[in-house]
Design a protein around this ligand. Structure first.
Ligand code: TYD
Length: 212
């Protein structure tokens, strides 16, 4: 890792794939190795972005137009990059982000139908042309993801979508990972145990040599 140049690792996947717990475990390992680690999430991560998150995800807002949704995700993103992610990278930190630009490519670009090209243009504006150094896709069959989600977490507006929506999300991610633009995608079978998934993430990161 070069001085004054941090590393951005994003975690992506559908609902209930277990990103949060894996981010925490990876952060613990990196911290014991002496890295300065920032954990954050999209939409959210700053006071302003968390307020935008409330509006986007509230089940009260089922009438939200898709275009509004696209732009609100980007608004939250523009804020977190300016306020937290870019300054942290500049300070040489490791940023672990629960979702970022690829969520918009899949959910809004592919599934809602706005197209990858338009969404990537917006992503470039919001992130000031920043891509993760590594993107870890936790892939889990939709039934497993949804049942995990419904068992233990607060349901948000997008969770209310039908199974078909979530199937498209899964396929969309696998397609992006297969194309592997910027050579930054790692695909992990997220249906294994938390410990097995954690070990696989560590192994793949090691093989990827991102921290050398
Ligand atoms: P969240 O509760 O954080 O879901 P998860 O635990 O699965 O990450 O809710 C975020 C939701 O917003 C999730 O359904 C994915 C969606 N989303 C988009 O549609 N576009 C985006 O750009 C982002 C960042 C998230």
């Amino acid at each position: 890792m070069k001085k004054n140049q941090g590393i951005l690792i994003s975690f992506e996947g559908g609902e209930g794939v277990g990103k949060t717990v894996q981010i925490k475990q990876l952060a613990d390992v990196l911290k014991t190795k002496g890295y300065d680690v920032v954990i954050t999430r999209e939409p959210g991560g700053t006071v302003i972005s968390e307020q935008i998150r409330e509006v986007i995800l509230s089940t009260k807002n089922i009438g939200m137009a898709f275009t509004t949704e696209v732009l609100l995700f980007q608004a939250a993103r523009a804020q977190i990059y300016r306020e937290l992610i870019l300054p942290s990278l500049k300070a040489g930190k490791v940023v672990l982000c629960d979702r970022t630009r690829d969520s918009s490519v899949v959910y809004q670009g592919i599934v809602r139908g706005f197209g990858k090209k338009l969404i990537e243009q917006l992503n470039d504006i919001s992130t000031k042309n920043t891509y993760p150094n590594l993107t870890i896709l936790l892939d889990v069959p939709v039934e497993i993801g949804l049942s995990r989600r419904h068992n233990c977490e607060k349901v948000n507006r997008l969770d209310l979508e039908q199974k078909d929506f979530h199937e498209k999300v899964r396929k969309g991610y696998l397609k992006l990972a297969e194309k592997n633009d910027h050579k930054r995608w790692l695909v992990i079978d997220g249906s294994k145990s938390i410990e097995e998934v954690h070990e696989e993430i560590l192994e793949k990161i090691k093989a990827n040599k991102i921290f050398q």
